[in-house]
Ligand binder design. Sequence first.
Ligand code: BES
Ligand code: MN
Ligand code: ZN
Length: 457
Amino acid sequence: MPAKAPKATPILLVAEEAWKALASGLSAPARRFAEVHGFEGKSGKVLPVPDGEGRIEAVLFGTGKDAGLAENPFLAGKLPAELPAGRYRIEGTPARPDLVALAFRLGSYRFDRFKEMERPAATLDLPKGVDAAALDALSEAVTLGRDLINRPANDLGTEELAEAARAVAARHGAKVKETAGDALLKKGFPLIHAVGRAAANPPRLIDFSWGDPADPKVTLVGKGVIFDTGGLNLKPDNSMLLMKKDMGGAATALAAASILMALKAKIRLRVLLPMVENAVAGNAFRPGDILKSRKGLTVEIGNTDAEGRLILADALALADEEKPDLLIDYATLTGAARVALGPDLPPFYTDDEVLAEAIANAGTRTSDPVWRMPLWKPYGAMIDSKSADINNAGAGGFAGSVTAALFLKRFVTETKSYAHFDIYGWVPSAKPGRPEGGEPQAARLTAEMVLSRYGHR
Ligand code: BES
Ligand code: MN
Ligand code: ZN
């Protein structure tokens, strides 16, 4: 170790098996300090160690059996909150310096719009080989997604969500179309209107496009339910508590879009965000109502709490009309998805085998994990209706995430490559780099997948 401390304090990634060898490279005071504290490289252990003058010589960061954080680069998200203010740098080369740097930034996130909070004041120097622009684009997009999901519905109504979308669009010179209130009926979005009409927050549809119309067309659709009471099929108290996050799909689509535009993907990007509040009032849509969708399919309302698939149906139908090369939607669509896979592993659905593999691979590469579930055709019978073309709620309550995905698919008939993500949109208890609260799951993997498929401009 040099006598004079360098500007940025080194962080040493210490795997258990490498600890002994590493310890010998530390100064005697630092080594003794580590020994006294029982440091052995245990996973997630953070220990700043002093030199002879009591200055921090280095930070030891235990990685357990995961040398170089190859398995879980996001563990680095633990660091900022546990370090004194100052500049740090990663010593040596982690397997994925880009994800280590990203996790470090994302671990500093706090939702402090309504309360003053201490923000971690440790910063990480850009590791070698990490693209600063990409890192900024990713961390800004995730921060935006988290902020939008975390904002309660009294602060983020349909107008404010639309404003956030317009701001992202404006920043990248995208062209925005907006349809709100009764104009939705005139323009042919009866399901978006029906779900949103009972709320003081008028329903709306944001539609923005960016890029060269000659490039491959990629369309992202996101469920923007700013609050889901369940409607007349009112949710019980506990189930309603978190429903400010029901616009998590829109937040995710917006986050993915902002990465793709910032990094200049060689695509024509289109983003469709149907926004509603699923509220209760005298003019609310009812169980048993039969509505005619944009696509022409009639939908019987089995449950007003299955509102997300209704607003997505009209938005997907619109997307499908221009036959994009790739169509993806994101939605906090079912409680059943969480029952099946838990909060951290959103299921996705697609009939396109090549796309499925690309999504799974991108998820692994970006530490944005997802798991494929089947569009199991025979379960389509569960959403049959006696008096309409389809019912919005599955009978029997089996395979709720699958039947929701099958419902959506009925509205996508022209587009060859279509995927649906049933995200949770929320981290229920903090994990490294993932503070408790909103999380735009699958946004980063989408950007990775689309960029590797279509490239940069
Ligand atoms: N927004 C909910 C789904 C949800 C609930 C996501 C809890 C994450 C956590 C959605 O609108 C909904 O209420 N879905 C119903 C559908 C059912 C009525 C067919 C559900 O999953 O119970
Ligand atoms: Mn609902
Ligand atoms: Zn919902």
